[in-house]
Design a protein around this ligand. Structure first.
Ligand SMILES: Nc1nc2c(ncn2[C@@H]2O[C@H](COP(=O)(O)OP(=O)(O)OP(=O)(O)O)[C@@H](O)[C@H]2O)c(=O)[nH]1
Ligand SMILES: [Mg+2]
Length: 519
């Protein structure tokens, strides 16, 4: 395990001391608000490097090759972004949010388990707001509509009703913004609603970006989040000029457009470098020959918790927040046969997010597509777990398609193990209906059968097999096998006291090497 951990240190840049980087990143986000940031002292990267002083030189050179990240801190850009997204980097400011969940009247009834009801959407919208520290839900309301495509979103009657409610809420308690839980609002819709409600209006895209900004602590995640913001800003600006709202406040000057283009160019160059590094690391891992299990699933399903339970890794911190994990990180574990493997923790999925927002994370998810097996973690206690499962499965299929370069005949997913988590929260009847692996990462139940299944699949996919070999006790063969194969157990050979029987898990290639060397 020690050598695997050492290999992971080299292979996984995002693992640079998470606690330290998090603190640094938080400082960084507050630096425009006057808190002494790290820019005045050292660049984020230099500071990160300092934190990783103990790491080996190879990791250091990889960090250096990501270049200077200072361009991400740009006041001029922040102003442009703030205008389009109605958010600032100051997540420390308390917000009292009025959530509106619009839905189309006729689609409100759940006819199949895969349909998500407005009630469930409202729960998800509330969870999004609770994922931001100091943000509170002042009131949450479902709003039935004829259509979601209306220019003003709400009809005049509904709008009057909402304005009255907002006025009343303002008298009773403080509200500071309205969150319309819809993928994106057009610029015109946002502008119109803000003038009617006299409050800033946010859509799902801006709220999710706010969460991603907060949770992105490594260089790669920060680059990806920065990239994810740009399509939204461009779309808002385009919409603004198309709707002739220049006078009302948001349109991009030539200078602002140039700021966005320059930022995009730099981000692309940095992300390309990251992608190239990932490819190198992937090759390296292949050479090291460790089997890989990618752990994927809907956000908050318990992916990080499961890996923590399977690896007993203290550094992993499951959190009851959406998009808590934003980096693909690798964690070493052992199978019952003592074979070591790597679990990859990944970014969670979420439905009703506009395409574009997650495209930037595709590079990291590509690794999952190339793993030996996929472990799909599902939250069985969630009322929409069937819909969540369907969403994850269809996203995985389209990811595999894009990894195969759009060739449907080549787009094959690795074998998938379905894991139903949070069984401690559901009735035995619900558990029987689910089938598959029923576990609780929190209560650590159901893990043994799961591990056996992971082992079987990994051995199948990687062409490894279990066999027993008889070797001289204490000889070089024994040492070689301990180094190059997974030793399940050993026992004395009853017929020959100078020999020992070793049960090992070994690939054909390694077995051939062994034969060449010793037979
Ligand atoms: N009751 C219960 N809670 C669980 C279980 N597994 C995880 N949780 C809780 O669910 C929340 C989310 O867990 P995480 O492991 O962070 O989920 P995740 O899938 O990694 O989430 P993201 O990284 O945000 O996509 C945390 O509060 C966990 O403590 C379980 O088996 N039972
Ligand atoms: Mg996680």
């Amino acid at each position: 395990m020690k050598c695997l951990r050492a290999a992971l240190h080299v292979a996984w840049l995002p693992q640079l001391r998470p606690a330290t980087t998090q603190i640094l990143a938080r400082l960084k986000y507050t630096q425009h608000q006057g808190v002494k940031g790290i820019r005045s002292r050292k660049s984020f990267y230099e500071a990160q490097m300092q934190a990783g002083q103990q790491e080996d030189s190879e990791e250091r050179s990889m960090a250096m090759s990501s270049g200077d990240m200072r361009f991400l801190d740009d006041r001029a850009y922040d102003e442009v972004a703030g205008g389009a997204m109605r958010i600032s980097r100051d997540v420390a400011t308390a917000q009292h949010v009025f959530i509106l969940q619009p839905y189309v009247k006729w689609s409100a009834k759940r006819t199949t388990p895969n349909d998500v009801r407005p009630d469930d959407q409202l729960i998800e919208a509330t969870a999004l707001i609770h994922s931001l520290p100091n943000w509170q839900v002042a009131r949450a309301l479902k709003v039935p509509l004829e259509s979601l495509e209306r220019k003003t979103l709400f009809g005049s009657g509904k709008l009057t009703e909402l304005k009255q409610l907002i006025a009343q809420l303002r008298e009773e308690r403080h509200i500071s913004c309205v969150f319309v839980s819809k993928g994106t609002l057009s610029f015109a819709q946002k502008q119109f609603l803000e003038s009617e409600f006299q409050l800033p209006v946010l859509d799902r895209y801006s709220v999710v970006i706010q969460i991603l900004r907060l949770h992105a602590t490594t260089a790669e995640a920060r680059l990806q989040v920065a990239m994810a913001e740009l399509p939204y800003i461009w779309a808002q600006a385009k919409d603004a000029s198309a709707t002739q709202t220049r006078r009302q406040g948001y349109s991009l000057s030539d200078l602002q457009k140039e700021i966005l283009r320059t930022r995009e160019r730099k981000l692309r160059a940095e992300l390309d470098a990251v992608r190239r590094q990932r490819q190198l690391l992937r090759q390296k891992r292949k050479q090291q020959n460790y089997p890989i299990a990618a752990v994927v699933g809907y956000t908050n399903a318990g992916k990080t918790s499961l890996i923590k339970a399977l690896t007993v890794e203290d550094s992993l911190q499951p959190r009851n927040q959406l998009f808590a994990t934003l980096d693909v990180t690798a964690h070493a574990g052992s199978l019952p046969c003592n074979l070591q493997l790597i679990y990859m923790d990944t970014v969670g999925f979420m439905s009703d997010l506009p395409t574009g927002l997650f495209e930037c994370f595709v590079a990291t998810l590509e690794d999952a597509m190339l793993a030996d097996i996929i472990i799909h973690v599902q939250d069985l206690s969630h009322p929409c777990h069937a819909a969540q499962r369907a969403h994850v499965e269809s996203t995985l299929r389209s990811l595999a398609f894009s990894v195969a370069g759009g060739d449907s005949s080549a787009s094959q997913l690795p074998p998938i193990i379905n894991v139903y988590n949070k069984c401690d929260l559901v009735t035995p009847q619900a558990q029987t209906a689910a089938g598959g692996h029923l576990i609780s990462a929190r209560a650590q139940s159901g893990l043994e059968p799961l591990l056996m299944d992971i082992e079987e699949q990994i051995l199948n996919v990687t062409g490894r097999r279990k066999l027993q070999v008889r070797v001289p006790s204490g000889g070089p063969e024994m040492a070689w096998l301990y180094k190059n194969a997974a030793v399940v157990n050993t026992k004395a050979d009853e017929q020959n006291s100078e020999k020992i029987l070793m049960r090992v898990v070994i690939s054909q290639r390694t077995l051939d090497q062994f034969k060449r060397q010793f037979c």
